[in-house]
Design a protein around this ligand. Structure first.
Ligand code: MRU
Length: 360
């Protein structure tokens, strides 16, 4: 990401707007759009103008502000009802990335806890919380990079799937933070980026970000990952996550599971890099994770022209689940969980004082 470019941020005070890059236009055009109401934000999330789990969480928090700042509620209870209506609405935009629900829950909890505030003060309190979520996301990326780069040695080549970079967060990413941090530590690394059909987040977005950062990036079709591994070109695999169940099963962009199976076959360490806000400890395993099914037109048109005969049937699950047995480690902003399972993940949360906050 060019330093000057921000994936998503708030402009001005409470009466300002949320400015975000319309990622559907990249890499051809880097154009920002201003959202001034919650419907604009819902639409931006739904059509992937803003995407990637942490960025969706930030977008949801800002979407709440856009939804409630005009509330005409005369008292606290009426305001909390308006807030719930807004958060329910934003929650219906996409089902898999848990950061969306995490951010909406956090906004609701803050409002309910602030029993001493009137409506005007509540709006301001929520505005501060949305900016805190944005700030924390930026710190989180740096911490993920710091921990994750220890897993990638000078001269090594990694493979990644989808886009878990600056475009998927408020700063410089989760899985891609590992590469950016490795570069900052003076390591020379190279990255293979899976194209990531159907919407090509790998070739459109990851390649754009890594190229801008001067990191050696090579794009391959998803179907080539096995061959590239067999040729011995890949030392490590780093991916992001949309939702991690209590036992470490990890939902991420469709195709990630296949990469994990190939990694196992070839003895290549497979790492998941994600903030603790991406864990869903209420889901015991991956079977409990809802998988978004998206429109068939993403397969036969994507963002371009028709590539399939008219009338053909399609199935378009947007995510899949990688079993925790395939995961060498999960990197969070608090450290590294090796060979993750339910008890190690619970320990990680407990040791970092996160269990009460998660309500688990
Ligand atoms: O459908 P998308 O583009 O929102 O899917 C994004 C991914 O699957 C990312 O890998 C994941 O959200 C992690 S982003 C840091």
């Amino acid at each position: 990401m060019p330093e000057s470019t921000k994936t998503i941020h708030w402009v001005g005070d409470l009466d300002g707007c949320c400015r975000l890059i319309d990622q559907t236009l990249l890499p051809g055009e880097c154009k920002e759009i201003d959202c001034t109401d919650s419907a604009c934000m819902w639409d931006a999330i739904k059509r992937l103008a803003v995407r990637g789990a942490p960025a969706i969480g930030v977008a949801a928090a800002f979407g709440v502000i856009l939804g409630i700042r005009g509330s005409k509620a005369g008292d606290r209870d009426a305001f909390l009802a308006d807030l719930k209506q807004t958060t329910d609405y934003l929650a219906s935009s996409r089902p898999t990335a848990v950061n969306l629900f995490w951010a909406l829950d956090r906004m609701n909890r803050v409002a309910h806890a602030a029993t001493d505030l009137d409506v005007a003060a509540l709006k301001q309190r929520l505005f501060e919380e949305s900016k805190a979520i944005w700030d924390e996301d930026r710190e989180m990326c740096r911490a993920l990079g710091r921990h994750g780069q220890t897993l990638l040695a000078d001269g090594e080549t990694a493979l990644t799937h989808c886009n878990a970079g600056g475009l998927a967060t408020a700063d410089y990413g989760t899985a891609l933070a590992v590469f950016f941090a490795a570069q900052e530590h003076g390591k020379t690394i190279a990255v293979f980026a899976d194209e990531t059909r159907p919407l090509n987040q790998g070739s459109r977005l990851t390649a754009w970000e890594l190229q801008n950062a001067g990191i050696d990036v090579t794009v391959i079709c998803d179907s080539m990952a096995g061959q590239v591994m067999k040729e011995g070109r890949i030392h490590k695999i780093f991916v992001g996550a949309d939702r991690i169940a209590a036992n470490g099963d990890t939902a991420n962009k469709i195709g990630t599971y296949s990469v994990s199976v190939l990694a196992k076959e070839h003895g290549i360490p497979f790492y998941v890099v994600a903030p603790t806000s991406t864990f869903d400890l209420k889901s015991p395993d991956g079977d409990a994770i809802p998988i978004e099914e998206r429109d068939a037109s993403e397969i036969n048109r994507g963002f371009s022209e028709l590539n399939t005969p008219e009338g053909v049937a399609f199935y378009n699950p947007a995510f899949d689940v990688t079993p925790h047995e395939h995961v060498a480690a999960i990197v969070t902003e608090c450290g590294i969980i090796e060979r993750p399972d339910t008890s190690k993940i619970l320990d990680h949360f407990r040791e970092n004082g996160l269990l009460a906050e998660e309500g688990s």
